[in-house]
Design a protein around this ligand. Structure first.
Ligand code: GCB
Length: 609
């Protein structure tokens, strides 16, 4: 019988949960007045790019931020001081400092910074001419990991999390003529961060995605969502949010190809939530059809290209537009081919995605964090479905409230940015995380939050199996109840004997589709030998053969995303002559050369079409 007497710890725990739930329910007040909710569809807005050469200063001891007693300094590098008199002592000068192109990562841009994890300051000047009655947002596609942003010497925002966008309204901070933006970027790892202290990819630091000035009206469309209704394929569900609680604003929605032309009026919260009739062709890998959609308010039009599809599950099947589909996938890190560095361009996206296409993929798992917007949009154009993930990974700190708030925010920003992309079918909230009661609490709340923001996509996470005997594997994970698709990683043939593959049996006791979200092994391109010789292409080829045979026996297998498209940089992979700081599990080399396993997987995918 359960006693009604609670320990102090339980009471405190309960209280904390209530407090956090409350905290999450109401939007958290920003620390800086300039921090405003993320705008959607930034790429189709009126923008001025601040990409290009930025001066940078490497600041190992954060001399530019703290004084010698470690108190935040009022006169830090952000004031961009210049000597006024010959005797003035100022021990930094952005304009004399070297430059690097933004977006990029410092690790591959400056040889001295290859392994560097710490603080670097960036500065750029730009000319600005205010437009009467307009507002200006300063938008960052991503900064890894901790960013303090200053405009003309004043702080305008602080953002944590290396893979999602954020923006600030800097209208009042800008002036006619020359302006200066300075960003302090710190990519040190911490136990309470997301991701945490250890992770198997390169911790590329810097302003890794686009920096844009966005011109908007006083009252502007902050974000919107346009989706095909799951139950009624002749109905579109539309919602829109203005930046202000402005009632009575008229928004004209047109979709010329579908002859849709409707005007809606905002309510007292500055929102619209409605439906409209339309009969669009469905977006699918075979027919990645998108429609031009225009939203016009106060004479200004915001356009987008939107695809319409449904994605749902039925028992152990995934249904795209009502029909079962097998997800022929591959995992990808956001890294440029040929020497690494963060990828962030249409060209990078096309290269990586065309390699996946050549393999026969209709699906990619963008691991282990949200990738740049070009990647998602290009995949949508090319007919490739996407699994998008937040970096809740390995030793994540389940009990730290700040960690939860951080993960929650990254999830919000991921969903808000890509909520109109038809190809995004799965939001993933974690990868290989340690079990326990606290985990359940943390991940349940994330899953509920994802669903409350977007109930039109599937939720998953990469789990792990426990073997109940040597060769019998049973997936037993309480989190199954919060996801739509059960996914797990397994490394038979790499972290355990390849000959076990034929003997393995799998039991997934849930009536849900199954994705094997990782399997694979390393090989050095061009290294040949017997199939039992580790690191050879033959070893990896045999591992793939054995694994694919094994996968065919898994009941309810709805797809797989082997690990990984191409070799990628990782500080954990130190074996000289073989790894040299690369994880070698790519089926392409870093240069795009196909290893033998490529052909095995491609052939298997042919059979899954
Ligand atoms: C995993 C992780 C992935 C690693 C991979 C490996 O299970 O999810 O991030 O890179 O294994 O290569 O061991």
């Amino acid at each position: 019988m359960k006693s009604n007497i609670y320990t102090l710890k339980e009471v405190m725990h309960h209280f904390r949960s209530l407090l956090l739930a409350g905290l999450m329910a109401c939007a958290m007040p920003p620390l800086f007045a300039q921090e405003v909710p993320l705008i959607g569809n930034v790429l189709n807005r009126q923008v001025t790019s601040l990409n290009g050469e930025w001066n940078y200063i490497v600041d190992v001891q954060e001399e530019g931020y703290y004084d010698y007693r470690m108190n935040p300094s009022r006169n830090g590098f952000f004031v961009n001081a210049k000597p006024q008199k010959p005797e003035d002592l100022i021990e930094y000068d952005f304009d004399a400092a070297p430059t690097m192109p933004i977006p990029s990562d410092w690790n591959t841009r400056d040889e001295r910074l290859f392994f560097y994890e710490g603080t670097v300051w960036f500065k750029r000047s730009f000319a600005y001419h205010p437009t009467e009655g307009h507002r200006t947002l300063l938008y960052f596609g991503a900064v890894n990991y901790d960013a303090h942003v200053y405009v003309n010497g004043k702080k305008v925002g602080h953002h944590i999390g290396g893979f999602t966008p954020f923006n600030m309204d800097v209208t009042e901070r800008l002036k006619e003529g020359e302006n200066v933006v300075i960003v302090k970027v710190d990519n040190k790892r911490h136990a309470e961060s997301v991701p945490t202290l250890i992770f198997d990819w390169w911790n590329y630091g810097g302003i890794t995605r686009d920096v844009l000035l966005v011109d908007v009206a006083q009252t502007y469309i902050e974000n919107y969502s346009l989706q095909l209704n799951r139950k009624n394929p002749q109905q579109l569900d539309f919602s829109l949010q203005l930046n202000q609680k402005a009632a009575g604003k008229q928004v004209l929605v047109t979709i010329p190809e579908l002859k849709v032309r409707r005007t809606f009026t905002t309510d007292s919260t500055g929102s619209i939530s409605t439906t409209m009739k339309a009969k669009p062709e469905r977006w699918s890998p075979e027919n990645p059809k998108r429609y031009q959609v225009n939203l016009t308010m106060d004479g200004q039009t915001l356009s987008d290209e939107i695809g319409f599809r449904t994605i749902e599950t039925q028992g152990k099947q995934i249904l795209l537009n009502g029909k079962p589909i097998f997800l022929r996938g591959i995992c990808i890190h956001e890294e440029k081919p040929n020497g690494g560095g963060r990828a962030n361009s249409v060209e990078d996206a096309r290269t990586l995605l065309s390699w996946a296409k050549e393999l026969g993929c209709n699906f990619v798992r963008l691991a282990h964090y949200p990738h740049n917007e070009y990647m998602v949009r290009e995949a949508e154009r090319m007919g490739i479905m996407v699994w998008s993930e937040i970096p809740v990974y390995w030793t994540i700190s389940w009990t730290n409230d700040n960690t939860f708030v951080n993960a929650h925010q990254q999830l919000t920003e991921m969903v808000r940015r890509d909520q109109n992309r038809a190809n995004v079918i799965i939001w993933s909230i974690a990868n290989e995380t340690p079990r326990g009661k606290e985990r359940e609490d943390f991940l349940r709340r994330l899953a509920e939050h994802a669903r409350s923001m977007d109930n039109t996509r599937l939720i998953s996470m990469a789990m792990e199996v426990n073997s109940s005997s040597n060769y019998h594997n049973r997936l037993q994970d309480n989190m199954h109840q919060y996801v739509d698709v059960v996914s797990f990683n397994q490394y038979v043939g790499w972290y355990r004997d390849v000959n076990d593959a034929a003997k393995m049996t799998w039991e997934i006791p849930y009536d849900k589709p199954v994705i094997i979200s990782e399997f694979g092994g390393g090989a050095k391109y061009g290294l040949h030998g017997e199939k039992n010789q580790r690191w050879t292409e033959e070893f990896q080829e045999n591992l793939y053969r054995e694994n694919l045979r094994m996968l065919d026996k898994i009941d309810g297998l709805a797809g797989t995303t082997p690990w990984i498209l191409k070799d990628f940089r990782s500080p954990r992979r130190v074996l000289s002559g073989i790894q040299d700081y690369y994880n070698m599990k790519g089926i392409y080399s870093d240069k795009g050369e196909k290893k033998r396993a490529f052909h095995v997987l491609k052939e298997w995918y042919e059979g899954k079409k």
